[in-house]
Design a protein around this ligand. Sequence first.
Ligand code: NAG
Length: 309
Amino acid sequence: MISSGRILLLLAAAISSASAFVAPVPKPSVLTTTTNTQQLPIAANNNEANIRRGTVLFMGWGPDPIWSPATVTSNEKACQSGSCVSITLSVNPETAAEYAIPGQYVQMRLDGDTKPLFLAIASGPDKENASFEFLIKKTEGNEWITSAASGTTVEMSQVLGGGFPMDENLEGFKYDFPTQNVLLFAAGSGIAPIKAAMESGQLNVAGSGGGGGRTARLYYGVQNPDELCFVESFGQWEQMGYQIVPVLSQPPADWEGRTGYVQAALEEDGVPIPRNSGALMCGMKGMAEAVKDILVKAGVFEGRVLTNF
Ligand SMILES: *[C@@H]1O[C@H](CO)[C@@H](O)[C@H](O)[C@H]1NC(C)=O
């Protein structure tokens, strides 16, 4: 049922792009497809609810999980309000070795009775370190992990997804203009894979390792300052060459920084060297679509606007 959802999405995409060039595809074929995939509305609703809650950043598709044990080694508040926790787990060395590209994720569950969570890895790939960090927003039903004490053993899948396709789109010769500037967009717990990308060195930003000399800016949207996660890492990220722009949608009266939504902040700032810019983003669908639209209109190659799913 999971893959049927994906097939429908792919079909829908194929149909809508086809109709842009050829005669409109008659509606019945779409309806037939929907009828054939009774589970889709349920899956779609779950995804929407999960995305709204900010916990699950991925659609429910992909290969079947192969479970192996992982042990919680730390569980700390990730933001002032405590609504999100940063959890580190020691993982199977083979699982650690599979993690190569920021933006990849795993499924996690307590046991066969728990509904798995889809979680982006928040730490950068490090094959020598069989330990993954995750950012998890507390929600009803996920206390088994958000309240887990060190020593708790859970089940983790293999590493899933292709991550942000940076190598192909930012490094290669696919476009005539080299990437000299990287823009990052995160909303809520979407900061997790963005953190992994920044800390990986794979973006080749001046100062972040990897030997590159790119400029980079992160737009990070949350409601209020107490929801900003990894604040204690902001200084380190800045030293790595990332300009950090927190954007608050419900700012307190004394907030002097940016307000509103990240897409509005981007629109205000503009894109300085669009043909030489690439972008990574993770967060709510509305944010991702609006940001992509602004970037592409400004002249960023559409293929250089990267998501991790
Ligand atoms: C290993 O990875 C974890 C999770 O990101 C991190 O907390 C820890 O500092 C790392 N250890 C080393 C030796 O790099």
